[in-house]
Design a binder for this molecule. Structure first.
Ligand code: GTP
Length: 289
């Protein structure tokens, strides 16, 4: 049996699922946040089941980390599947008003159903859910217009649970729901690790950095060469095209860091995560060219 690249600590998954379900019980609307660099890998396959008949607003955060043309590709892909993606940059407060409006519109449907049954209207109750570190707290803070929830670069900082009112029409659970890990899909797990959207997991930086180079090389896009040449080659001085990801990390280590492969792997991961390599997606809509 081969060792998986990503290992989660036992116990966390069941606990995360339990508290997520507790949070979902209390709300009418679910704001599902994904990382726009990996919109498929930051989808948990059980979300539709957990959300059930509640309204869901799909938020693709970190829109500053992809190009407008990639954003357009995803918009079309989701629309073809009957979904409306709302792109946000929660760090700089972009796209937030549209998300609030969508949550409110979903609430209006809830109040219509209440009034059909002779009940009085009430504020719509919402929760923000998503994988660790995708920007849930930053989004909540932007929706509130002030800094209430700790937002940090470290994965897994979200802790407390309170209701907060963001307008007369919307109440929000200030502690976001954290999606449990996806054990079944190591490729998705690698992408979560690359983007640092993985929370408490252990992994080998060198394997994850090598996977990043391989994913970038295999991007199914006419822009792929452009991404590669602009990012990897110009930053590290070595053309990745003829090399595997692993060979590339070693070549860069020899070229720049006296053979220190671990340091090189960390640097490449950090450069990608902080946007230093440019606005690069790790996933593109399947079957688009
Ligand atoms: N570039 C960029 N960075 C963002 C964006 N949104 C959030 N961040 C950054 O991503 C990091 C994680 O954001 P958080 O809001 O703490 O993420 P979270 O999902 O609440 O994280 P957990 O509490 O770990 O589950 C922080 O450093 C944010 O500043 C965005 O739209 N663009």
């Amino acid at each position: 049996m081969t060792t998986p690249d990503i290992n989660w600590y036992p116990g966390h998954i069941a606990k995360a699922e339990k508290s997520l379900k507790e949070q979902l019980k209390r709300v009418d609307v679910v704001l599902e946040v994904r990382d726009t660099r990996i919109p498929l890998s930051t989808h948990h396959p059980q979300v539709p089941e957990w959300v059930g008949t509640k309204a869901r607003v799909l938020v693709l955060n970190r829109m500053d980390m992809i190009t407008p043309s990639v954003r357009q590709m995803w918009t079309e892909w989701f629309r073809e599947r009957g979904e409306m993606p709302y792109f946000t940059d929660a760090q700089h407060g972009k796209g937030i008003v549209a998300v609030a409006k969508a949550a409110q519109a979903a609430g209006e449907q809830m109040n219509q159903r209440r009034s059909d049954r002779g009940m009085l209207p009430r504020p719509v109750r919402a929760v923000v859910i998503g994988f660790p570190n995708v920007g849930k707290s930053a989004l909540i803070n932007r929706l509130l217009g002030k800094r209430v929830v700790e937002s940090a670069r470290r994965a897994g900082v979200t802790r407390q649970l309170r209701w907060i009112r963001i307008s007369d029409q919307i109440e929000l659970l200030d502690a976001p729901g954290v999606l449990p890990s996806r054990l079944e899909n190591q490729s998705a797990a690698l992408k979560l690790a690359i983007c640092d959207d993985i929370g408490d997991a252990s992994y080998d930086n060198q394997r994850v950095a090598a996977a990043l180079v391989d994913f970038l090389k295999n991007l199914n896009s006419p822009d792929a060469d452009l991404f590669l040449v602009k990012s990897l080659e110009s930053r590290y001085g070595i053309d990745p095209v003829p090399l595997t990801g692993e060979e590339y990390i070693h070549a860069v280590a020899n070229h720049r860091h006296k053979g220190d492969v671990e340091r090189t792997a960390r640097q490449i991961l950090n450069d990608f995560r902080t946007g230093l390599l440019g606005a690069i997606p790790l996933e593109l809509p399947p079957n688009t060219r």
